[in-house]
Design a protein around this ligand. Structure first.
Ligand SMILES: NC(=O)c1ccc[n+]([C@@H]2O[C@H](COP(=O)([O-])OP(=O)(O)OC[C@H]3O[C@@H](n4cnc5c(N)ncnc54)[C@H](OP(=O)(O)O)[C@@H]3O)[C@@H](O)[C@H]2O)c1
Length: 486
């Protein structure tokens, strides 16, 4: 059971809080997951009466649950909720907040601050909280701070942010988010690997040919053009989500399943990935942009048309090849790719086993695919005999395990992470050394792409991976899987 305490939600009127966090907290309350006395102290920058805040919460829930929620839970949820206005031009704003939070009759000493604010505000808010003594733990109470994504925009800015917040917080008080880690399907990677003894003997460079980690979307950049153009696919998806998937797929077995041991195993793995060789850059990193095309029968604009800037070189497709410098994985390419406006959306890890069958030389390949979304499945491709007179005719048979079945609990990633924050479980949050290792890997690629103003390859919206991306494959037998099923 998680501790009673107060979740102090900065940015309560922002997009993430409205769409995910507040409805998520309500859902947790509805499932009986929030301790009876837990409070939610929502901090916004607009003045607002309690009644107006209740009406806003109702509006958020109506949008999310289409008005279909339990009235008794609503009443209980509202009792937990307090809105506090933190006026931007009030020099005493944080002092006033501290006075309220220090009222022992209203709140316990346990405070978890969720900074759902723009990244440029993280350091300043931590300073302001510290100035009011709100980060000081006393008499065994906790003070924790959750920092939203992204933690920095490159290695240097991540280190700078870290230096700023570590003046006031220990590592075990800092919860850096990568919300993919809150997905049950990602945690399932560890269960698949370590709760099934059949995989460990083949989980290495003797048996595996290569690994592909994919995150494709059919969506374009929508109304996030300014954000996206300054960010790009590599920074948006690969820097954290895909590298975390890689770490879970390839890390050594942790000493135990304690949060510390899991993070240590991931850190070791991430730090043993080789930097991209700059003298062979084009064989390790590829970028492209979508042009106009059709998605589900509808014509959609190209990236440059959405942007109204024909000179942008920001990638909407990124594929990179990495090698891990350890005994288990030496020499095995790991391909990471992500794209917008591809033929289909999906997040999955594909493992291609080596074709080294000494008896039936022309036997086809074995693949294992762990799918994260939209379906949560584990898929295998094995060779089986075609029934009939010919003894040695075979074909691919697909075995698919559904990892989610009717009746299973459905908890959103952010909900899981908020419970972890209150419970003090850091295993699904990033350690600073993970963040640093991830930026070290992607920074040289981003810098090279930023300097190179040649127009990236264009791929038609709704198509599959651009053929030019094959340049990063180690040999001609390797190819992108088009979907979970082939
Ligand atoms: N939205 C998503 O789906 C999503 C997904 C992944 C990550 N994130 C990350 O989550 C964070 C929030 O995203 P968002 O889309 O919700 O941003 P947003 O819509 O801009 O909301 C941020 C909110 O924080 C408020 N704020 C800033 N300083 C504050 C302070 N001192 N006290 C109280 N409120 C303060 C802002 O108020 P003003 O408007 O008055 O400045 C604004 O309402 C960002 O770091 C983002 O990168 C968001």
């Amino acid at each position: 059971m998680i501790d009673n305490g107060t979740l102090v939600l900065f940015g309560a009127k922002g997009n993430l809080a409205r769409v995910k966090l507040i409805p998520g907290l309500f859902h947790l309350d509805d499932c009986g997951q929030l301790p009876r006395k837990m409070k939610i102290f929502s901090v916004g920058r607009q003045e607002m009466s309690h009644e107006a805040w209740v009406a806003e919460i109702k509006d958020m829930l109506d949008k999310k649950f289409k008005g279909n929620y339990d009235q008794a839970t609503f009443e209980r949820f509202i009792k937990r909720n307090i809105y506090h206005c933190n006026l931007p031009d009030d020099p005493d704003a944080f002092k006033k907040m501290a006075v309220k939070l220090n009222n022992e009759e209203e709140f316990t000493d346990n405070l978890a601050f969720f900074l759902s604010v723009r990244p440029s505000d993280f350091a300043l808010i931590v300073d302001q909280l510290a100035d009011e003594g709100l980060l000081t733990e006393k008499n065994g109470s906790f003070r924790r701070v959750l920092i939203e994504k992204p933690f920095g925009t490159n290695y240097e800015s991540a280190v700078e942010l870290q230096k700023s917040i570590e003046k006031h917080l220990r590592e075990d008080q800092i919860y850096r988010i990568d919300h993919y880690l809150g997905k049950s399907a990602l945690q399932n990677i560890l269960i698949t690997r370590f709760a099934n003894s059949i995989f460990e003997p083949v989980w290495n460079n003797q048996f595996i040919d290569h690994i592909q980690i994919t995150n494709h979307e059919t969506l374009g950049v929508g109304d996030r053009t300014t954000f996206y153009d300054a960010t790009g696919a590599l920074r948006d998806m690969i820097q954290s989500h895909l590298l975390q998937m890689l770490a879970l797929t390839t890390m050594e077995a942790p000493k135990s399943f304690s949060p510390g041991d899991i993070r240590d195993a991931k850190i070791n793995l991430l730090e043993s990935i080789q930097p991209i060789p700059m003298n062979d850059f084009d064989h390790h990193a590829f970028r492209a942009q979508y042009s106009s095309g059709k998605i589900e029968g509808e014509t959609v604009k190209g990236y440059l048309d959405e942007l109204e800037d024909q000179n942008s070189v920001t990638e909407t497709y990124a594929a990179i090849k990495l090698f891990i410098n350890n005994q288990r994985w030496r020499g095995i390419p790991i391909y990471l790719r992500t794209a917008k406006r591809l033929h289909e959306g999906g997040t999955y890890i594909s493992i291609k086993f080596k074709d080294n069958n000494p008896i039936l030389e022309n036997a086809g390949s074995n693949w294992m695919v762990m799918s994260i979304q939209p379906k949560e499945t584990t898929h295998f491709e094995i060779q089986t005999k075609i029934p009939g007179l010919n003894d040695f005719d075979f074909r691919v048979s697909n075995l698919e395990a559904n990892n989610r079945v009717a009746g299973d609990e459905s908890i959103d990633a952010y909900e899981t992470l908020m419970l972890d924050l209150m419970a003090g479980n850091q295993s699904r949050f990033l350690h600073i050394n993970e963040v640093k290792a991830q930026w070290k890997l992607v920074d040289p690629i981003i810098e090279t792409w930023m300097k190179d103003k040649t127009q990236p390859v264009q791929y038609i919206a709704g198509s599959s991976d651009p053929v030019e991306s094959k340049i990063i494959f180690e040999n001609e037998s390797q190819f992108w899987r088009k979907s979970i099923h082939g």
